[in-house]
Design a protein around this ligand. Structure first.
Ligand code: 8YV
Length: 329
């Protein structure tokens, strides 16, 4: 029988082409709700479902699913209960590597954009309020010499460090907050002598810009809460390009309002696409609609990788980018 793929949201070429070369492809006309997706996964009509971060693939859905695999069009896979998938013999794939630089570019853009007040400046010009050069118009901060604290030290954090060092920032990191593990000089590689590991508490207290690069899981949900925000410097800026729920967004709004911290640059939100009440009204924020990986070549590569993973799973092979491994029968 031909392979059969369910695609919850149309992905760019060459992904759809690769899938249709390998079997039958059903692309849903609009993103499915949870119940509709659960019913489709349980129908037995599909070998592999190609998902987005919006698609919740939890244990109850997986318990009823008749699938060989789930191929996530994303590097993050917090939308999938991987443990439950493994127990059900369902393979999971993701798209690592290809979006590292694009996402680090957005982290750097948010650092620069918050430091130099780009949204306020743009609005002033568009509102016809630019009445001529002034010595103290929209004064911002220098990023050179400022301390960038990286929460996490994986691919995207390292790519952000590379950029920040180019801008003359001092880079500190905590590899796996809230816990820590020592990172050896050998593991630091090109960063040896250029960046420094500090405990999470010190990172929070010393960062001028605290940038989050950890996966979302039960340990990192609300990693940045009211208590952490209170320990940051009053002139510090929080940057989040990872996942919204890593930050307690209501607490962040309070902290920004009360001057507990000075600003935030966010590409992700706790309850996307909704924003915490009050967030959009705060001038000291730069808010982006989850566009970390949104370049034409990157999204094409993500589509290709997710399709290649899906085809491999449908054909009974290990996907090139597996998130889980099944015990041998
Ligand atoms: C995607 C992302 O745009 O890869 C990730 O983890 O957050 C983004 O690159 C998004 O997840 C699409 O599913």
């Amino acid at each position: 029988m031909a392979n059969s793929f369910l695609v919850t949201t149309a992905i760019p070429e060459p992904g759809l082409q690769l899938l249709s070369d390998a079997g039958r492809v059903t692309v849903l006309p609009e993103p499915p709700g949870y119940d509709a997706l659960a019913a489709l996964c349980a129908s037995g009509d599909y070998d592999v479902v190609l998902t987005q971060l919006r698609d919740v693939i939890d244990a109850p859905l997986l318990a009823a699913a008749r699938l060989k695999g789930v191929s996530n069009f994303a590097v993050g896979y917090n939308n999938i209960d991987v443990g439950a998938a493994t127990r059900r013999g369902i393979l999971v794939g993701n798209t690592p590597g290809v979006l590292t630089d694009a996402t680090a570019d957005i982290a750097m853009l948010l650092i620069l954009g918050t430091a130099r007040r780009v949204v306020e400046a743009d609005r002033l010009v568009r509102d016809g309020k630019f009445l001529g050069w002034e010595p103290e118009l929209l004064l911002g901060r220098d990023v050179s010499g400022a301390v960038l604290g990286l929460a996490g030290f994986g691919r995207i954090a390292r790519a952000t460090a590379r950029r920040a060092l180019g801008f003359g920032m001092e880079v500190l990191f905590a590899p796996r907050p809230p816990g820590d593990r020592p990172v050896s000089e050998a593991e630091l590689g090109e960063f040896a002598g250029k960046v420094r590991q500090v405990p999470w508490d010190e990172l929070v207290a010393r960062s001028d810009f605290l940038s989050l690069h950890v996966p979302l899981n039960y340990q990192t949900r609300h990693l940045v809460d009211a208590a952490v925000l209170a320990r940051m410097k009053p002139d510090a800026i929080l940057i989040n390009t990872a996942r919204g729920p890593i930050v307690h967004e209501d607490a962040l709004v309070d902290a920004l309002r009360n001057g507990t911290i000075a600003g935030a640059g966010l590409d992700v939100f706790e309850d996307e696409p909704k924003l915490a009440p009050g967030l959009a009204e705060l001038p000291n924020t730069v808010l982006l609609p989850h566009v970390g990986s949104a370049t034409v070549p990157v999204r094409s590569e993500m589509a290709r990788l997710s399709a290649v993973n899906a085809v491999a799973i449908a054909e009974g092979r290990t996907p090139p980018h597996p998130v889980n491994h099944l015990a041998k029968a």
